[in-house]
Design a protein around this ligand. Sequence first.
Ligand SMILES: *[C@@H]1O[C@H](CO)[C@@H](O)[C@H](O)[C@H]1NC(C)=O
Length: 94
Amino acid sequence: MHSFGHRANAVATFALTILAAMCFAASFSDSFNSPTPTASVKILNINWFQKEANANDEVSMTLNISADLSSLFTWNTKQVFVFVAAEYETPKMR
Ligand SMILES: *[C@@H]1O[C@H](CO)[C@@H](O)[C@H](O)[C@H]1NC(C)=O
């Protein structure tokens, strides 16, 4: 009546149902989280600035970067990618 196959099927179904419910709960709970990361970037020094032959510019500078990313880390966070993008303008195109 209750063969090994039936019992294994019942256990596997129950385990997968619990796993699906936990995945849904983990995903749904993240919608109540509103992270508020803060960052400040200060240029401490421009070490050198040079024009390259291919019309690009290359700059070496010393930055002071302070960031509070603690609000990003919840139990649902796997990885956080942080990068700095810099833009500048010149008065005229070369
Ligand atoms: C960098 O910034 C932090 C916070 O704004 C400050 O405490 C620290 O003294 C600064 N470091 C330098 C080298 O300016």
